[in-house]
Structure formats: structure tokens, C-alpha cells
Design a protein around this ligand. Structure first.
Ligand SMILES: [Zn+2]
Length: 105
């Protein structure tokens, strides 16, 4: 058995953006991809069930997405991510074919 060197490293000087939560988010969800639909361009990420820890409201069907359910996150790529929305996977895919643009009553 070769002895492992376990030298503790200080990560003091590492510059970290203030959005630490976002960093975790990106690591969990992996790379985003771009989708362009009739309603414009979106950045899209797939959230795995283990990464989904909150309840979200799907803008496609206005039902809740419970925790641990794989789903889709989409936001405007130019908006800084503030308009990030969580969708059911099926709702996101049917979004354009349904022509969902604005909330309908
Ligand atoms: Zn939905």
C-alpha cells in the first residue's frame, strides 16, 4: 500500500462569486443548452430528481413541481438568470406546440 499524501490545502485566496448557491446549482445540473422557440431564445437545464429539493410552480400548467421530480429549468440567456422558471419536462416540450406565451385564464 502506498501511503497517500494528504496535505491540507487552504482555499483562502480563491476568488468566489457571491452567488455560491448558483455555483452549486450549475455543478448539479451540468451544462446548459440553448433552445430557440417562437417565444425567443432560452437557456435550458435539466434538473435531476436528486437535485430537485424544492417545490416549484410550473408556468406551463400552474401545477406544483414537488421535490425529487426531474424537471426543466429555463431562463432568458440575456437576463442574468433572474427570470429562471421551473417547468415540468413535458410542459416545457409542449410549450411551443401549444403556443403558450402568456398566462391564459
Ligand atoms: Zn407543468
Amino acid at each position: 500500500m502506498s501511503p497517500r499524501r494528504n496535505s491540507p490545502r487552504r482555499r483562502n485566496g480563491q476568488s468566489r462569486p457571491p452567488g455560491g448557491d448558483d455555483e452549486v446549482f450549475q455543478r448539479i445540473t451540468g451544462a446548459e443548452r440553448r433552445e430557440t422557440g417562437p417565444d425567443g431564445e432560452w437557456a435550458v437545464r435539466r434538473i435531476s430528481g436528486s437535485a430537485a429539493t424544492k417545490t416549484y410552480r410550473c408556468p406551463g400548467c400552474y401545477q406544483e413541481i414537488p421535490p425529487a421530480v426531474p424537471h426543466v429549468v429555463a431562463w432568458r440567456p440575456f437576463g442574468g438568470g433572474d427570470d429562471r422558471r421551473h417547468w415540468h419536462s413535458s410542459c416545457w416540450e409542449h410549450r411551443t406546440s401549444r403556443g403558450v406565451r402568456f398566462p391564459r385564464r
